[in-house]
Design a protein around this ligand. Sequence first.
Ligand code: SF4
Length: 330
Amino acid sequence: MTATTTSAIPPVLETRDLHCTFQVRQGMFKPKKPLHAVNGVSLKVNKGDVLGLVGESGCGKSTFARILLGLQAPTSGDVRIDGQATTAFTRKQIARRIQPIFQDPYSSLNPRKTIGTIITLPLSVHGVGDPSEWRGKVERMMDLCGLPKRVYDSYPNQLSGGQRQRVAIARALVMQPEVVICDEPTSALDVSVQSQILNLLQDLRGELGLTYVLISHNLAVVEHMATSVAVMYLGRIVEQSDTDTLFRAPKHPYTEALLASVLTPEPGKGVPDAQLGATFPNPINPPSGCTFHTRCPKVMDVCRQVAPRPLSVDGSSVECHLHDAQRNAA
Ligand code: SF4
């Protein structure tokens, strides 16, 4: 993912100034107010890349994912697949090209269907290929996902959590989508199987030429998997860059605080201070100026009045007045 790639090949996935606003009532007799869940998000993901999307709960990650999957219409802006706006596609056509893997493999699998039926369902719904070939296709995908053939006739409750997530992955990949939205793909799993699933996703990416959008609050997972990272706060991308740059030299105070909040294995260090004193603001009444100013340890007067705009700083795109000197010098 880059904000400024100028390749002749269009990015496999791109959003342009994407907005999604909900009208929300806070009390029975109060008027509705706008909630800007996604507020001007422009991102590009090139084929084979993994875009990590990080941010706290309520920052807009899930709404963004639903828009990419065609489950939620944006208020304005574009989603493009291979350069084509998805408004030209039906929901089914989007599903052929973008598939999700959700957090909880148990609730996302129908408990009354066998594993074989669950993985075959996308092929039958979309009428992909010859039905006589479906079983072979499904068994090949099961094999790629590390599922033994014998579980074809089993039910989800007969499988372990890790196996169920392998089923969810096989179901997502059986139609050979170009992009997979991985929404917290390991957070509901035991720690012991998390790395197996992450390694499987990495292997499948290489083998099938997949592109991932990885939504996670787990920065260690993002650092391990992602080729680039976008940090979201109250519906906006406040920093984006390649993974190494973001983890080595974060430029937005929110990114710095997120990285500081990661537990380290050093004995005696305890739980680190995330430096985010105030609680997450109410998105219906976001703070003026920079929406992070109520929690920012580096807040300045200008931050309370003026919303920062994206600026390119040493290979990163960042929205923060701390870098205004570079903007003025440019
Ligand atoms: Fe902090 Fe100001 Fe930068 Fe916002 S613009 S992150 S308040 S320094």
